[in-house]
Design a protein around this ligand. Structure first.
Ligand SMILES: Cc1cc2nc3c(=O)[nH]c(=O)nc-3n(C[C@H](O)[C@H](O)[C@H](O)COP(=O)(O)O)c2cc1C
Length: 187
């Protein structure tokens, strides 16, 4: 059975450009990688600010929104977060979604398609990676960066350049190797 890659849209605000970038990456990954690729939009999960009474490691969730999010994360073998940076930091939606569950992230590799102004969202990526060890996630260093993303979106469609396509190839290949290698640990 194919390993499952969840491509997670990490911005949720009205008018966001995240889905344009994510739609390109999802289609590219589905065509070029062996993964079974799924688009996961945090906006659709509509998670409130963390509201579970118990530590997520206990997995004793009280709320339907948490149970639904837990199922989505648990089903994946690898993750790609499609994310901008807000004030040099990860989006509140991404921080919240990472916090909601714990074990479900474990022994799975993850990377990023980041975008924004001159920095291409990389400052948020660097910060988000520091969270991964506590969730037992493997931070794959290969990533895709999209500085000045607005110049690459026409009528809602993101047009990647050569470097971004090459970066996507490398990242997908490494993600898949790690996802295979960590399979015995996922049980
Ligand atoms: C609250 C907020 C903070 C932002 N901070 C940054 C930033 O630190 N660096 C940057 O390159 N762009 C920043 N931007 C501009 C974003 O790169 C741009 O709005 C982008 O479209 C955000 O992604 P989204 O449309 O998917 O939400 C910020 C935008 C918002 C709304």
């Amino acid at each position: 059975m194919s390993l499952r890659l969840n491509v997670i849209v990490a911005s949720t605000r009205p008018g966001r450009v995240g889905p344009s970038v994510a739609n390109w990456f999802k289609a590219y990954a589905a065509e070029k990688s062996p993964f079974d690729v799924h688009l996961v939009d945090l906006a659709e999960f509509d998670l409130p600010v963390y509201d579970e009474p118990k530590h997520p490691r206990m997995q004793d969730y009280q709320n339907d929104h948490t149970k639904k999010w837990s199922e989505s994360v648990a089903a994946a073998d690898a993750f790609v977060f499609v994310t901008p940076e807000y004030n040099y930091h990860p989006t509140p939606a991404l921080v919240n979604a990472l916090t909601y569950v714990s074990k479900e992230w474990g022994y799975k590799p993850a990377s990023f398609v980041s975008y924004g102004g001159v920095s291409g969202g990389t400052r948020a990526v660097d910060q988000t990676r520091t969270w991964f060890p506590v969730m037992k996630m493997m931070a794959v260093p290969e990533q895709v960066m999209c500085p000045m993303v607005f110049d690459q979106i026409k009528d809602g469609v993101f047009e990647p350049n050569k470097l971004q396509v090459e970066s996507a190839d490398l990242m997908l290949s490494e993600l898949h190797r790690w996802a295979e290698a960590l399979k015995p640990l996922r049980g």
